[in-house]
Design a protein around this ligand. Structure first.
Ligand code: MN
Ligand code: MN
Length: 470
């Protein structure tokens, strides 16, 4: 090596010293860490299969957290450093806190990911029969390209709450032994008119009807007997009637399980990577955090995909109300805690896709296998609707990640005038905290089957873990 160094030209030496170095992520982190990443992702795939909705993610993580010693937060109690608590917000969002040595006095460390994903929600009055077929009317949730959802096997997930308050959990269509459901599409032979339409017009929200049955109840000449037969199946299985749909959170999600992608098994394909792929690493980092300096709070929030409105979204006060409770126990005011708090908004970015290269600006795109991506700002146009992390906070994060040898990169969301999008970062920043987005680059984001790299998932876990303990 010594000799090789001497033979380097001055320009080559200067380049090494001054330029941002880029080599394949796996070469940077080595075979051993790559193996750890593959192992970590076995757990992640299991999570993905069992947490397709925010409710399932809340149930999954609370059960795992209880095993790890977390107890339900009681605002009348004071907690000692090292104690672990959780807060369940309406079974749709959850917070996990590890009390720090200094509590909230120097602010808290926040890691926030969202656990809702784009999907087809059932309308309040969904069930109907048409031409001897039974169907569900849906109302899509989040930003979807509608053409991607027909002809994909779907499963029904959610809850029905009956008038007497009893809750029925619905989780049907994922197992091979169970039936699944599907939105139909027109055959190409008859699709001349459809195919000549622009993509935004080719499929409408009202065409996303889900096929759920085709046989009549019996040989009676009753009308709507196919609908009756489906309702009867639902009554026998769940004890529900048609009116119960009005008090239900039911949704159609892709029925397939997460799978390895590529001959080298380097990637994972699955539904809902956005943003389970950050929620799982954040949650695992919370489980692995012991006795931090400042209290660490991991928030798995709901409603990000539709703008964060509502009691379980980040525009709600539920997180700061919890921090206020912790602050009070330390004799602190919420505003002083928030001003000193730092946050990783753990959300995905768009990975550079060579097939759609023209949508990206390569110098500022995130790439598969280059590690966790830090997105200094999101938004659209002239940096509208973004909090834009400060240079000071970016430097702090660079230092934490580099000192720990975490593989990371920066990225913008595509070309400047190409479109845009946002995360929960700005809602937290509006409470006067330092926030930056950090997460996993995703291919085919918001599609029924999205793709991520195993290395990137693991490095996102490492980034969150190091941030929590720094
Ligand atoms: Mn997201
Ligand atoms: Mn999204």
């Amino acid at each position: 090596m010594e000799n090789e160094k001497k033979e380097q030209s001055v320009a080559a030496q200067r380049k090494e010293q001054l330029f941002l170095q880029k080599k394949h992520g796996m070469i940077t982190i080595g075979a051993e860490e790559t193996m750890k990443a593959d192992e970590f992702c076995e757990g992640y795939k299991n999570f993905l299969d069992h947490a397709k909705t925010e409710r399932e993610a809340v149930a999954f993580t609370i059960a795992a957290a209880q095993q790890a010693g977390f107890t339900e937060f009681d605002c009348t109690k004071t907690y000692a450093p090292g104690e672990k608590v959780y807060v369940n917000n309406r079974n749709k969002a959850v917070m996990f806190a590890v009390i720090g040595r200094n509590g909230t006095k120097n602010g808290v460390r926040l890691g926030i990911a969202h656990i809702d994903s784009p999907r087809l929600d059932l309308k309040p009055n969904p069930l109907y029969e048409s031409s001897d077929l039974a169907l569900f009317k849906t109302h899509y949730y989040g930003g979807i390209k509608k053409y991607q959802w027909p002809t994909v096997p779907l499963a029904l997930h959610g809850v029905v709450v009956k008038k007497d308050g009893t809750t029925v959990d619905v989780y049907y269509g994922d197992e091979e032994s169970e039936p699944c459901f599907v939105v139909t599409d027109l055959l190409p032979h008859l699709a001349n008119e459809q195919m000549s339409k622009v993509m935004t017009k080719a499929f409408t929200g009202e065409q996303l009807n889900v096929l759920i049955g085709s046989r009549p109840f019996n040989e009676d000449k009753e009308s709507e007997s196919v609908k009756l037969n489906v309702m009867n199946c639902l009554f026998e299985k769940y004890g529900i009637t048609e009116a119960d749909f009005m008090s239900a959170d039911l949704t159609m999600v892709p029925a397939d399980k997460a799978r390895d992608i590529g001959f080298d098994r380097s990637m994972i394909g699955g539904y809902g990577h956005d943003d389970k792929v950050c929620a799982y690493p954040a949650f695992m980092a919370a489980l692995d955090t012991q006795m931090p300096d400042s209290t660490v709070i991991t928030v798995l929030t709901d409603r990000e995909e539709i703008g964060s409105d509502g009691a379980t979204g980040m525009k709600s006060t539920y997180m700061v109300d919890f921090i206020a409770d912790l602050a009070k126990a330390d004799g602190m005011e919420l505003r002083h805690v928030m001003a000193r708090s730092t946050c990783l908004s753990a959300d995905v970015n768009a990975a550079f896709d060579p097939t759609y290269a023209s949508a990206f600006e390569t110098n500022n795109s995130s790439f598969i296998n280059q590690g966790a991506v830090i997105t200094k700002y999101t938004g659209s146009g002239g940096k509208y609707s973004t909090s834009d992390a400060t240079a000071e906070f970016m430097a702090q994060i660079r230092r934490i990640l580099d000192d720990a040898g975490v593989l990371w990169q920066t990225g913008e969301l595509g070309k400047v005038d190409g479109g845009g999008g946002g995360t929960i970062a700005k809602f937290v920043a509006n409470w006067n905290a330092d926030v930056v987005d950090l997460g996993v680059p995703v291919l085919s984001m918001h599609a029924p089957f999205e793709v991520v790299s195993k290395i990137d998932v693991f490095e996102t876990y490492r980034a969150l873990f190091e941030f929590y303990r720094a």
